[in-house]
Write a protein that binds this ligand. Sequence first.
Ligand SMILES: [Zn+2]
Length: 118
Amino acid sequence: MASNQYFTLKEVQLNNNCPECYSNNGLQLTFKQQFKENKLYKAITKETFIEMHCNTCKTDIFPGRWTDEIDRVVDYQKRAAIPKPKSLKLKKLAWIIISIEVALLIIGLLFAFGVLKF
Ligand SMILES: [Zn+2]
């Protein structure tokens, strides 16, 4: 089973006032992109999400608490944050399994065509 994980795509410090403590130097916006990983592969998906955290009052700022000004900055930053393209990387184990299957297929074909005989 592949589990969903996220990596940080981009972190931005905002000058906006925190909706909780009104500090203007604690807000941090984090763009994350999802990837799936299991024993056979690691795949980057197109799913992204945004987290906002205030380092001054140590609070996660959820979109419901964002002010219009924060919304605008987030929109702007969203356009500047380019997600990584979707990709799939096979791991060593997957390649080993594929190699064994290909080898078995070739051996099978050689027997079928009478090239190899017991
Ligand atoms: Zn705060």
